[in-house]
Design a protein around this ligand. Sequence first.
Ligand SMILES: [Zn+2]
Length: 303
Amino acid sequence: MPELPEVEVLARHLRPLIRHRTILGVKVRRAKVLAPTTTRELKRVLRGARFTGLSRRGKYLLFQLRRPRSLAPVTLLGHLGMTGRIYLARRLEPLPRHTAVVFNLGRENLIYEDTRYFGRLTLDTTAVLKLGPEPLDGHFDPATFARALKRSAQPIKVKLLDQTLVAGIGNIYASEALFRAGLSPKLPARGLTPVQVQRLWRAIRRVLREAINCGSTVPLNFGGSGERDGLFYFGRAAGVPDYYAERLRVYDRAGQPCPKCGVLIKRIVQAARSTFYCPRCQRKREARVETERNGLTPRTVVC
Ligand SMILES: [Zn+2]
């Protein structure tokens, strides 16, 4: 499932490509993804509108548009759900089977495709009002973060998925940030010490920044059909290394050696989602000093 870095990379990629382009036509094949907006309303509002910008908030894409002879801006909200993809394709190309919405931009179509239809593309933007702070901007500071954690008895891994705590972290980066911070995913959120909160705060920002930088530098194929193409936006052409998997240190690595200490990575289920962690580096009681002392350095990561 795409998280903050993947959505950010997609927004940066699409922004210059759609800016100043006008929607000549709208085709809706799966009206469910528009809810509560209706097909008729979407067409009425967006036909003839011009893209003025594209930004991200949490895991949401916010397309800014302007309608002809109107000063009021319009915002179209996109969420990729589990398998959603948004990309440009030449108009002559046949539409993929799971196409949900198509915007005719002239020579190209802007296609919203979703095989499982958990994503959304709607004029209803209320979802972003409930989001917590953006982890990479100044409103997300250790003190605010600590206060929010103090109110929760949930395991820290589960709490990190709460979009009202901090926006944009999903299952992958929650596991990765906890590993970098050397914290057990099972620790109750409110039990973290100020030093642990500070470490986690720093790890979250580092892990997200690294992922954005990584996604910004590797070849991407947003409309491709390879195993990872378009899904996590770290797709690769034949012969190009899989940077995406290489970058993750614990996620989806159960049974493989921890890059810091060599102990096998474990998988557990928390709130019906997989969590991956190192049982030695991420003990419930501090293990950080020990892992630093044993002299092993983290595995070198590509990009
Ligand atoms: Zn370890």
